[in-house]
Each structure stands twice: as C-alpha cells, then as structure tokens.
Design a protein. Structure first.
Length: 375
C-alpha cells in the first residue's frame, strides 16, 4: 500500500536542477562545455577562499561552530555602516534555507504570503510545502514589479510580503520611490522579506538597498548570498539581516550546525577580498554591455539587467526557448529555458567571461539564422 501523502504536498511540482556537465557531455558526445545557465560567478572562487578552505580541512572532523560567531562578526564588519548586533544576523545553508526557515517560522497556514509571479519559484515551493496560502502578484507589462498590485492585494490574512530585487529571471527591479510606497502601506503586523541575492551587481542609482530602510520599517528582513558575486555557489552559504526578535525566532527553528565548517571560513575569507568582488562586478558589466550590443545588432528583444544574467526573446513559438536550449546544448553551450516562469520563447543567459560570451553569441546567432528567426 502506497504511503499516504498530504494533498497539498502531492500537488507540488518539484524544482528540477540541470544535469551535471560531465553527464551531459557523456550523453551527447561533446566536450569543453560552458555552463551559462545558473548565474554562477565565471571567475571561480577567490584565491583567499581557496586558501582558507585548504588550511581548514584538518578541522573537518569537528562539528562547526553552531552559532557561526566569527562569520557573523565578519558580516557585521562588512555591513558596518548599519551598526548591526550579532542577534540581528541569521546565517544558513544558502539564502534559500534562510528564506525557507523564515517563511515556515513566521507564516501559518491560516495566513498568507504575497509573492511576485515570474520571480524565483522557490518562494512558492516553500509556501506550498508548508501549506501556506500564496497570492501571486503579476509583473507589469514591462516585466517590472507591480508594487501597486502588491498594495492592492494586502488583506487581513497577509503576513509576509516577499520581494526579489533585482528579480530573477528578468533582471528588472523596483525603484526607491516604489519601495518606500510599499513600506508606507504595509501593516505593522506584516513582515517584508527582500531577497537581494544579486545586490553586488546593481548599478542603477534608483534601485534601493533594503538595508537602508531598517529604521523606517521594523519588520524588515533582507536576505543575501555568497553564491553569486562571491563565487561560492557550491559552498551553500547565505544570510539575513533582521530584528533581534525575528532573529531569535529563526534560531528556534533552524537546524543545528546548519552552516558547515568550510563554508564558514570560506565566507569570512570572501568578505575580506574586496578586490575580487570588484573585479567580478566589472567583468559582469562588460559582459552585459557586450550582449546588449549583440542583441541590438540582431534586432532581438531583451530586458536590461541588474544581475549577472540576461533574459532575451528568441521567438519560435511556445516551445521556442526549449528548442533553442537543446540546439545550443549540442554545441556545448548550456543556457536556461524559462517557460516555467511564463517566458516560453525566451532564454536566460548567465553572463560569463569574454570568450564564453562570444562563444555563446556565435552559437545563438547561428541557431537563430538557421531557424529564420533573425534576418
């Protein structure tokens, strides 16, 4: 007799990661594949991170510091202008876990969470797994956040308002004025959770840093990650900045030892390498300018981005994105089709190193010309 599973769990469509590069190469008989699908840092980890991990390997027979004391202090130093206390810092196994714990700890099945449609799907998965009602707020026609739409959908049951700024997969953002409008219309009983995974890449002057508003709105949670600009996706390390009360609630619910020994020392070293992050941001800016120019040359619609990825319309109908992905995969270029985000004939390209970007564009242009999708 099959195990009985709760109906709300049965309805969930799980997140499906891509196959390992080695397996893709084996199946297709290709080599020298470039992965430009997961928004990873093409520079690799900082040399300081590699050194810190190497020197710390002799301690992995010991449990890590369950309080992540030194890592939290490194984060506090990194964000010194905000004058944080250690009780206001929450760390986890990627910002994904931090978000998961916070949603489950703060929102009940009798309340609800507001989430933007066509945003990072993990929010919806977390809520559904906890049987928490979700209200999706559609993006505007220009693929930017509809802050007025958020405000209009706040009800007596709304407990959390979740935002991703800049957004994945669109790369778009909401402005300081829009964010201030939202905060002024959110009831005190609500929590506003802002995911700023790509904050280091932002260059738009009117894109707000949510941390600047902590004094204006008490129930604010700001989540950040080491996976993107710090080049540590494989270490799984993220953090949130919030109030002492919410921080204490988080510590009641999180798993013991939820950040491992190597991740903690790697995070400390990463925060200490300012030059590495600066070089990565500069590399990303040059890369996106390259893509902008190439897309304009080919007459392709794309969304200007504040992240380390770019969304581009390739056409080809309801299966256009998947067909493009499959064609380029055979050329050893892995992109991300985004039909599951409501963009069936678009693809998302992670911005890489110059030679990777050129290889990607060469393969993409050849495909589009072969299919008659560009002149």
């Amino acid at each position: 007799m099959p195990v009985k599973v709760a109906e709300y769990i049965e309805k969930i469509t799980p997140y499906r990661p891509g196959k390992p590069i080695s397996e893709v190469e084996r199946e297709l008989g290709i080599y020298d594949t470039v992965k430009m699908a997961s928004n990873e840092n093409p520079l690799g980890p900082s040399p300081k991170v590699i050194q810190a991990i190497t020197e710390d390997l002799k301690y992995i027979h010991l449990y890590p510091d369950g309080s992540a004391y030194y890592l939290k202090h490194a984060i506090m130093k990194h964000l010194a202008k905000y004058h944080l206390s250690i009780e206001e810092v929450c760390v986890g196994n990627g910002s994904n876990e931090v978000i998961d714990v916070l949603i489950r700890a703060l929102v009940t099945s009798q309340e609800e969470i507001l989430i933007s449609a066509q945003a990072f799907m993990v929010y919806e998965l977390i809520a559904k797994a906890a049987n928490i009602p979700v209200t999706l707020v559609p993006l505007r026609k220009d693929h930017h956040f509809d802050i007025d739409g958020y405000i209009e959908r706040i009800t007596d049951k709304t407990k959390m308002v979740a935002l991703v700024n800049p957004n994945n997969p669109t790369g778009t953002y909401y402005t300081k004025k829009e964010f201030e409008n939202l905060l002024s219309n959110v009831p005190e009983r609500c929590v506003v959770l802002v995911d700023e995974a790509y904050r280091e890449y932002v260059d738009a002057p009117d894109c707000p840093s949510a941390l600047d508003y902590r004094k204006d709105f008490e129930n604010l949670i700001v989540c950040r990650t080491f996976s993107k600009a710090f080049g540590m996706s494989g270490m799984r390390l993220g953090y949130a900045i919030t109030t002492k009360q919410i921080g204490e609630t988080y510590r009641k619910v999180r798993e013991p030892f939820n950040t491992n020994e190597l991740a903690q020392v790697a995070g400390i070293a990463a925060l200490d390498d300012v030059d590495y992050v600066r070089r990565g941001v500069e590399t990303n800016k040059k890369g996106k300018e390259f893509y902008y120019a190439e897309f304009r040359r080919l007459g392709l619609q794309f969304l200007p981005t504040q992240g380390n990825f770019i969304l581009v319309h390739v056409g080809g109908g309801d299966n256009g994105g998947v067909e493009c992905y499959q064609a380029l995969l055979k050329q050893g270029v892995i992109l991300r089709p985004v039909g599951n985000y409501g963009f069936p004939d678009w693809i998302r390209i992670s911005i890489g190193l110059p030679d990777q970007n050129e290889r990607c564009m060469k393969a993409l242009e050849a495909y589009l010309r072969e299919k008659g999708l560009v002149k």
